[in-house]
Design a protein around this ligand. Structure first.
Ligand code: AHR
Length: 513
């Protein structure tokens, strides 16, 4: 062959491979055993910026349906995605929060300064009973983070008694006086938050002992066995997890945490805009996001050493993309917009959690309303659902379903000299036998063809897709439906063979029945 012909062949091959990738997916439906705990789909609401105040909890000036001061449009939206649990009151705020300031008649509650988030005055009008009322409206489990950094063992122990004891006792009587005769039976308790940082600047060794002490005096009352969660590691701090696993007996610790945020630029000083970014910054965002796989795998491997039966959960109780705030907003309020890129971050991360469901049994996206990777943004009486919200809507089918083990070789998404996997997948089988496959094509430009064969007698495949023209498309108060779920027609079933044409930069969930 002449040199020109060879060159022509090379260019043709390159062009073809750049425009098109084909993946063979193996789905092992017969081995679907591990349950994807619904609590992986949890959320987080801190007293920070406009999450609680002017978010969930509003005054008379906001003309929307409310129960007390809780916005019911937000409640309805979160119920639709089957929110399983809500973490509160922080975050860093938790370690300066004294719960007794937030119970009893509202006009007698003391005010405090929220030193972590802008030095604003906290009037304590949203306290323990209000949070539990919110959770009951949402039909979700409360997850309370107790104050370890500046609180006391007695304070936490009394909070548990206030919420969970069904009898005559000083705290139970106080709860009854405050209008709630029945105990609330709160199971999930965080013992401090980021104890290595804003939660007390502790060493792992010191915190392990502190945890044991707090855990000992947080009692299991009848019908309320506590699931105590240790303030866990920051990203790749494996020493933290190792120290906790080595020093805390499994009967005291239901789970240990992990916090990891995706910073688009990787630079905390200039994180990058939520909506103004180029493809290179999209690539670095996704590269940083996918590090969650490494962190979950390595923390799990350490936990396996001490707990081969996987009794202790890895609770990723803070995660999400953290960008610069929207221009003109209070930098301490962490208000950011949410684009298709955020949806792809959410889809890829939730696939990681699903695929590690044997160890990851709780996670909380930061944060539900108006803060960081929010599901919901509000402006006065207006409320919009972000692309991230729609991913949780798509993925709710995985809650409590059985994880289907999968195998595939992902094509690469290349940027300069770097590459990351372009394809992220997880799959599950629900109690009715339906199979759901969630697919994320991270590549900004190239579609991917996926072929698989699934055992069983399938009659139909249907799908829903979240995508948009541009990666930085977002829903604004003027255009609330720019990025929304649409029907997906790119999946074809023939007998047991399934073929999917997955568009670039998209999140798709298929249902096989
Ligand atoms: O989610 C915002 C903050 O990030 C939380 O308060 C803290 O725990 C973390 O550092």
């Amino acid at each position: 062959m002449s040199r020109i012909a060879l060159l022509f062949l090379f260019v043709c091959t390159l062009t073809f491979s750049q425009a098109f990738s084909q993946v063979q997916l193996k789905l092992n439906t017969a081995s679907a055993q591990t349950t994807i705990d619904r609590n992986i789909y949890g959320h987080f609401s801190e007293h920070l910026g406009r999450c609680i105040y002017d978010g969930f909890w509003v005054g008379d000036s906001v003309n929307v349906p409310k129960k007390d001061r809780i916005r019911l449009d937000i409640v309805d939206a979160l119920k639709k995605i089957q929110i399983p649990n809500l973490r509160w009151p922080g975050g860093c705020f938790a370690d300066e929060y004294h719960w007794r300031d937030g119970v009893g008649p509202r006009d007698q509650r003391p005010k405090m300064v929220n030193t972590n988030w802008g030095g604003v005055v906290e009037d304590n009008s949203f306290g323990t009973n209000e949070f539990l009322e919110l959770c009951s409206l949402l039909n979700c489990e409360p997850y309370i983070s107790a104050n370890v950094g500046s609180g006391t063992v007695e304070e936490m122990s009394k909070w548990v008694e206030y919420l969970n004891f069904d009898g005559e006792s000083p705290m139970a009587n106080e709860r009854k006086k405050n209008g709630h005769p029945q105990p609330y039976n709160v199971h999930f308790w965080g013992i401090g938050n980021e104890a290595w940082g804003c939660g007390g600047e502790m060493t792992a060794e010191y915190y392990a002992d502190v945890f044991r002490r707090y855990a000992s005096y947080s009692k299991n009352y009848p019908n309320a066995r506590l699931r105590k969660i240790a303030s866990g590691a920051n990203s790749g701090d494996y020493h933290w997890t190792e120290t906790l696993m080595k020093n805390v007996p499994a009967n005291l610790m239901w789970g240990t945490g992990l916090h990891y945020y995706t910073i688009p630029t990787g630079n905390w000083g200039a994180k990058g805009s939520a909506t103004k970014f180029d493809e290179r910054e999209y690539f670095t965002t996704m590269r940083n996001c996918l590090r969650m796989e490494e962190f979950v795998t390595k923390h799990s491997a350490i936990m396996d050493k001490y707990d081969p039966e996987k009794k202790v959960a890895l609770a990723v109780d803070e995660w999400g993309i953290w960008t610069d705030v929207e221009p003109g907003t209070n930098p301490a309020f962490l208000y950011q917009q949410n684009s298709l890129r955020d949806a792809i971050v959410a889809g890829a991360t939730l696939n990681i959690f699903n695929n590690h469901a044997d160890r990851v049994r709780l996670a909380n996206l930061a944060q539900t309303v108006n803060v960081l990777q929010a599901l919901i943004l509000t402006q006065g009486a207006q409320m919009l659902l972000t692309p991230t919200y729609h991913v949780f809507d798509l993925y709710k089918v995985h809650q409590d379903a059985k994880l289907i083990p999968i195998q595939f070789n992902s094509p690469d998404y290349v940027s300069g000299f770097e590459k990351i996997p372009a394809l992220s997948i997880s799959a599950s089988k629900d109690s009715t036998g339906a199979v759901h496959i969630s697919l994320v094509n991270i590549d900004a430009n190239k579609p991917i063809t996926i072929k698989t064969s699934i055992d069983g007698n399938w009659k139909s495949v249907t799908g829903r897709i979240l995508t948009s023209d541009k990666l930085n498309d977002y829903n604004s108060f003027d255009n609330q439906k720019k990025v929304i779920i649409k029907p997906f027609n790119g999946a074809k079933l023939q007998g047991n063979s399934l073929s999917v044409e997955l568009p670039a930069k998209s999140v798709v969930v298929l249902e096989l029945k």
